[in-house]
Ligand binder design. Structure first.
Ligand SMILES: Cc1ncc(COP(=O)(O)O)c(C=O)c1O
Length: 397
């Protein structure tokens, strides 16, 4: 039977990682992999996580099963950060929100779209380009992705495209939105645009799924979820997929959460029983370790402060890299580097063609995705000048 399987095309980013590893140039630069890096190029374990893990090892006296919903205290403790102060379970938004732990943001996205499908969804509208796994997950779950352009050429969000999709949507339609730090463009909606989106969603009855994978890496903890909260305050129901893998540096530990805001709190038990059944069939239960460590942080003021301080430093560094690139706009005509200062998070798309991307790799040892997406965190005070010079080299006529 297995000989009927045709080889899948290899993941382009994984192929890039291999090429980068094989490159022997000492000054090579990796702008492909989507993880945060310090100015020394490291992706360290957060100090707060280290301390929480120590405590976890000392105090955890059982590794017995927890159930498909995972660590409920972790899920509850995250809520004030996502939904606002005072949110801690069913007592908020009129008692209309419940959640469960998932294997990373990927698990949360998968659960959200699977639940939407179970509830009758057929099509998912989403801005393109997007995180490539969005379309892959939709295809696997059996939902049709319907794409519109996320960004305009000037680097602003294409709000008109989104609004017309929302206005024209019909029965069984869902819209998938990035809460902040859009992957791969870095182009986010402004607060005023979120207001328009929320008003349009409230009118249309379309179910929003909001994917928050970079909370705290854009403008600030409150700012990065302000749009999400604006939507939730306006619509009757919504699904939220949340990742802790970037903002707690837990990538390989796979920490995420899924939340549902129901029309009425009395519907939550039925909705969550479906989410539980889907989780059970997909992964049975989420891995515990990362969520438990984060639960310890969120329950300790000093550790919260330490976590927030580290996140603030990360955000400031990303802003600094963006500003340095934007300031080099006149050294690399045609790339519109100035736009990067107005965008958020790890990622940006540079308007480079395939030949220029290959030349950056071959002549300069600079590795980036074929789409022109760069991870700004791959740039450091030690390599950013080289990168700007290389850009001006490959874009010179
Ligand atoms: C937009 C978006 N959503 C979700 C995820 C999933 O994150 P995780 O690593 O927690 O599964 C990512 C990760 O890159 C992402 O960029």
């Amino acid at each position: 039977m297995l000989d009927r399987l045709e080889a899948q095309s290899p993941d382009a980013l994984l192929a890039l990682i291999k090429m980068y590893a094989a490159d022997e140039r000492a000054d090579k630069i990796d702008l492909g992999v989507g993880v945060y890096r310090t100015d020394d190029g490291a992706t360290p374990v957060f100090r707060a996580i280290k301390q929480a893990e120590k405590r976890l090892i000392e105090t955890q006296d059982s590794k017995s099963y927890l159930g498909p919903e995972g660590d409920s205290e972790f899920v509850r403790a995250l809520m004030p950060y996502i939904f606002g102060a005072g949110s801690d379970g069913r007592a908020d938004m009129g008692g209309r929100i419940a959640g469960m732990q998932t294997p990373g943001g990927t698990g949360a996205v998968r659960l959200a779209v699977s639940l939407a499908k179970q509830a009758g969804a057929r099509r998912v509208h989403m801005g393109a380009p997007s995180w490539p796994n969005h379309v892959q997950i939709l295809a696997d779950v059996g939902l049709e992705p319907v794409l519109f352009d996320h960004a305009n050429a000037d680097g602003s969000a294409n709000i008109d495209a989104l609004l017309s999709v929302i206005e024209g949507a019909g029965q069984g339609d869902v819209v998938l939105l990035h809460a902040c730090c859009h992957n791969p463009t870095g182009v986010d909606y402004s607060p005023a645009e979120w207001e328009r989106i929320a008003a349009a969603l409230a009118k249309s009855g379309l179910l929003p799924i909001i994917d928050s994978a970079y909370h705290g890496l854009g403008d600030g903890m409150e700012e990065d979820v302000a749009g999400l909260r604006t939507v939730l305050a306006a619509v009757p129901e919504a699904l939220v997929a949340y990742s802790c893998d970037k903002n707690f540096g837990m990538y390989r530990d796979r920490v995420g959460a899924f939340y549902v805001m129901a029309k009425d709190g009395s519907q939550l038990d039925a909705i969550m029983s479906n989410a539980n059944a889907l989780a059970r069939a997909n992964w049975s239960m989420p891995p515990d370790h990362g969520g438990a460590a984060i639960r310890i942080i969120l329950g300790d003021e000093a550790l919260v402060k330490e976590w927030q301080d580290e996140l603030t430093q990360m955000r400031a560094r990303l802003r600094q890299v963006r500003e340095t690139l934007a300031a080099a706009d006149n050294r690399v005509p045609g790339l519109d580097l100035a736009q990067l200062a107005d965008q958020n998070g790890l990622f940006a798309i540079l308007k480079l063609d395939k030949d220029q991307i290959a030349k950056l790799r071959d002549d300069h040892g600079i590795y980036m995705a074929g789409s022109g997406r760069i991870n700004a965190a791959g740039l450091t005070s030690g390599n950013i000048e080289k990168f700007i010079d290389a850009l001006s080299d490959v874009t010179a006529n």
